[in-house]
Design a protein around this ligand. Structure first.
Ligand code: ADP
Length: 271
C-alpha cells in the first residue's frame, strides 16, 4: 500500500471506496429456539481494530465464531475480502459452501481462543511451524525462520525448544498468538483470550496484542471484557446486547459519551 494510503484513517479509507476486509450482512443465528444474533450488520476495514464489548450472553462469542467458521449462520452472509465465507453463488443462487471452500477461506482468518489448545507433545517452535508447513505447504526452513520471528515478537524467542507444559498460562497464550500470526491472516479474531488466565498474567498478553495492533496492517476483531484494553487498542468499539449491536463508535464516544441507557448501565459496572 502507498504511504499516502497508509496515513489515511479507517473512516477515510471506507469512504474512499476501499473494500472492507470483513462484512456481515443481516446475520441471524439461533440455537434451537434461542435466537442469539438478531440481525448483525458489520464492516471491518483493512487494518481496523474492532473491539466487541457487552454483557455475558449477548452474543459476542457467537459473533466471532461465525467468522472463525466454527458456527454457521442461520441466515445472512459474511464476506471476507470480498468473497462469501459460508456460501457460494452458483447460477445466481446462494448455496452452502463445501468444506473445501471453507478450508481455503480459513487461511485468511487467524484465531486465538480463551483456551490455547497447544499441542502438548510438540516443542514450542513446532507448535508454530505446524500450520504453515501442513496447511500452506511452506518449506521447513522458511516456516522455522518465520516462526522464530513471530516467537521473538511475542517475547518467547528463548523458549523455542521447550514444551507447552513448561510455560505459564500467559506464555502459552503468547505462543497461540504467534501460531496465528505466522499464517499472515487478513483478519485475526481474539475471543476473550485473557478470560482463563490468572489476573497477574493478563497484562503481558494484552501488551503483546497491543504491540501487534500498533504494527498496523492486519484487521482485528477483539472480543473482550477488558474495558481499558478495548479503549487503548480499538479504532471502533461495538456494544452488543440481546443479540444486536446497540451502539458502535470510536472508543472516545463509547466510553466517554455512551448514548443508550443499556451501554451506560453496562459501563457503570466497571467504574
Ligand atoms: P457472550 O460471548 O456475549 O457471552 P455467547 O455468544 O457466548 O455470548 O452466547 C450467547 C447465547 O447463546 C448464550 O445464551 C449462550 O448460552 C447461547 N449459546 C452459545 N453457544 C451455544 C450452543 N452451541 N448451543 C446452545 N446455546 C448456545
Amino acid at each position: 500500500m502507498m504511504q499516502a494510503e497508509m496515513e489515511k484513517t479507517t473512516a477515510e479509507r471506507s469512504t474512499s471506496g476501499m473494500r472492507p476486509i470483513v462484512r456481515y450482512n443481516d446475520i441471524h443465528k439461533s440455537f434451537g429456539d434461542l435466537e442469539v444474533l438478531k440481525g448483525i450488520d458489520l464492516e471491518i476495514q483493512p487494518g481496523e481494530k474492532v473491539a466487541v464489548i457487552g454483557p455475558s450472553g449477548s452474543g459476542k462469542t457467537t459473533l466471532g465464531r461465525l467468522l472463525m467458521t466454527l458456527e454457521e449462520p442461520t441466515s445472512g452472509t459474511i464476506e471476507v475480502d470480498g468473497e462469501l465465507l459460508w456460501h457460494r453463488e452458483i447460477n445466481g443462487k446462494l448455496v452452502r459452501a463445501d468444506e473445501k471452500h471453507l478450508h481455503r477461506m480459513r487461511k485468511n482468518i487467524g484465531m486465538v481462543f480463551q483456551h490455547f489448545n497447544l499441542f502438548p507433545h510438540m516443542t514450542i517452535l513446532r507448535n508454530v511451524t505446524e500450520a504453515p508447513r501442513k496447511v500452506l505447504g511452506m518449506p521447513k526452513d522458511d516456516a522455522e525462520r518465520l516462526a522464530r520471528e513471530m516467537l521473538d515478537k511475542v517475547g518467547l524467542g528463548d523458549k523455542l525448544d521447550g514444551y507447552p507444559s513448561q510455560l505459564s498460562g500467559g506464555q502459552k497464550q503468547r505462543v497461540a498468538i504467534a501460531r496465528a500470526l505466522v499464517m499472515s491472516p487478513k483478519v485475526m479474531v481474539f475471543d476473550e483470550v485473557t478470560s482463563a488466565l490468572d489476573p497477574e498474567l493478563v497484562g503481558e498478553v494484552l501488551e503483546v496484542i497491543k504491540d501487534i495492533a500498533k504494527e498496523g496492517e492486519m484487521a482485528m476483531l477483539l472480543i473482550t471484557h477488558e474495558m481499558d484494553f478495548a479503549r487503548d487498542v480499538a479504532d471502533t468499539v461495538l456494544f452488543t446486547d440481546g443479540g444486536l449491536i446497540v451502539e458502535h463508535g470510536p472508543p472516545s464516544q463509547i466510553f466517554e459519551n455512551p448514548q443508550s441507557e443499556r451501554l451506560q448501565a453496562f459501563l457503570s459496572r466497571f467504574r
